[in-house]
Design a protein around this ligand. Structure first.
Ligand code: MV4
Length: 447
């Protein structure tokens, strides 16, 4: 057992707040770090201590490893929680934490590195019995290789960056005539964006759903899954809303996908919270896409339907505790939906930073709001535009939609534009209400 009495949160915004909530309930002291632009941020006020780590740009503050490690040393913390984004999936940062005898609250650095390389991840997952789409076992480096593979897997196919993820640097190829050009473009784009030009090829699924499985794994080989999240509704690879459970998943399919994810964790010696992203095709076949080795934005919908605190579990696992969880204790109760409220123009999706002149969050049964903004707060232009997550929980999907509709109606954010009106239109959409949608939903959506 490792003592964790004090945690530094290497993040900002709602997730920094979210981690502080759990630390307070666990009797753990907290240290906030913040940029010069975040002096008035809520996580700074709620933490027991706060340290400025640099100027507004995240490259000089929230990504500044020496500054964060210095803050951790000065305040004598036992662990660092990285949240999501920023340094959450930096194996370098996780290694430096361990070298400084500070517990990184997440999986081992070698597992982060392996999952960061999507070609390596595909290989490892195949060996662990996880279904993947037909494609290249190695990076593609010549047009001859690409042509040979294309002949085997057929068209359409998709070219993805090995160092990519989250949809960046992908290219769909529908005809052989486009293959050479697309390959070259994909390679140079990948080199540009990730300083690594390696790409791989997969069969392309035309109208998939994005389904992900949440796992919890302790450091002693105990692994459970907490069911799935439905994350299909996205725009430009940014999720707009998520739900649990998915209206497309039966109990049998949930158990099958969960068992696959649990076995994979055991094979690779995974520990902490993690997420397996799958594509689900129209015949209910699922294929591994990526694994996220961090807590995710959309974790609350899983917390609501399983009555768990995922951050608490991460801390308990980081202490080296033997998990008290067992798969039989995991029961999915009711339905949860999360709407991401962004400071954006709801039609053009352009950022809308500025002063929030009025802010009023809905309450009542089954409503949760994860946020770090308040009336008078100025949304800075430097960071992600998400200002709040509106989460509801109810007995059925239909009731959860009704609850979300009244919560959206009662949520007041003035002074900046937000995505609230967009969510209201989605909640009223017939296909959304039927649960009938694919990743093309927003392209086909009229508003
Ligand atoms: C795909 C795909 C279809 N077939 N791979 C987008 C995010 C990145 N992780 C991978 N993505 C996709 N990969 C194959 N072989 C379709 C997408 C995709 C997508 C996936 C999930 C949610 C929204 C999406 C929107 C467009 C494309």
């Amino acid at each position: 057992m490792r003592e964790i009495r004090k945690i530094l949160i290497a993040n900002r915004g709602e997730i920094a707040n979210r981690i502080i909530w759990t630390c307070k309930e666990m009797g753990i002291k907290t240290v906030a770090v913040h940029s010069e632009a975040d002096r008035e941020a809520l996580h700074v006020r709620y933490a027991d201590e706060a340290i400025c780590i640099g100027p507004a740009p995240s490259s000089e503050s929230y990504l500044n490893i020496p500054a964060i490690i210095s803050a951790a040393e000065i305040t004598n913390v036992d662990g660092i929680h990285p949240g999501y984004g920023f340094l959450a999936e930096s194996a370098t940062f996780a290694t430096i934490c361990e070298d400084c005898n500070i517990k990184f609250i997440g999986p081992r650095p070698d597992v982060i590195t392996m999952m960061g390389d999507k070609v390596e991840a595909r290989r490892t997952m195949t060996a662990a019995g996880v279904p993947i789409l037909p494609g290249s076992p190695d990076p593609i480096d010549s047009i001859e290789d690409a042509k040979k593979l294309a002949l085997e897997i057929g068209f359409p196919l998709i070219i993805k960056a090995a160092a990519g993820g989250g949809g960046r640097g992908m290219r769909i190829v529908r005809h052989e005539s486009e293959l050479a050009g697309s390959l070259e473009l994909a390679q140079s784009e990948a080199l540009n964006a990730f300083k690594n030009g390696a790409v791989y090829i997969e069969r392309y699924i035309e109208r998939p759903r994005h389904i992900e499985i949440q796992v919890l794994a302790d450091e002693h080989g105990n692994v459970i899954h907490l069911g799935e999240r439905e994350c299909t509704i996205q725009r430009r690879h940014q999720k707009l809303l998520e739900e649990a459970p998915s209206p497309a998943i039966s109990r049998e399919l949930r158990e099958e996908m969960g068992a696959v994810a649990v076995k994979a964790c055991q094979e690779i010696g995974y520990s902490s919270a993690g997420t397996f992203e799958f594509l689900l095709d129209e015949d209910d076949r699922f294929y591994f896409m990526e694994m996220n080795t961090r807590i995710q934005v959309e974790h609350p919908v899983t917390e609501m339907v399983t009555l768990t605190d995922i951050v608490r579990n991460q801390v308990m696992i980081a202490r080296g505790e033997n998990a008290q969880f067992s798969q039989d204790d995991v029961i999915i109760r009711g339905h949860s939906i999360e709407c991401r409220i962004n400071a954006e123009d709801p039609v053009k999706f352009t950022p809308s930073p500025g002063r929030i002149t009025a802010f009023n969050i809905p309450g009542g049964p089954g409503v949760r709001v994860d946020t770090a903004v308040y009336p008078g707060y100025v949304v800075p232009p430097y960071y992600d535009s998400m200002i709040a997550k509106l989460i509801v929980h109810a007995r059925t999907r239909e009731l959860a939609i009704a609850r979300m509709q009244r919560a959206l109606e009662m949520m007041v954010v003035e002074g900046i534009k937000t995505t609230i009106p967009l969510h209201q239109k989605i909640m009223a959409d017939e296909n959304f209400r039927k649960g009938d949608f694919s990743t093309k939903f927003m392209e086909e959506f009229k508003y």
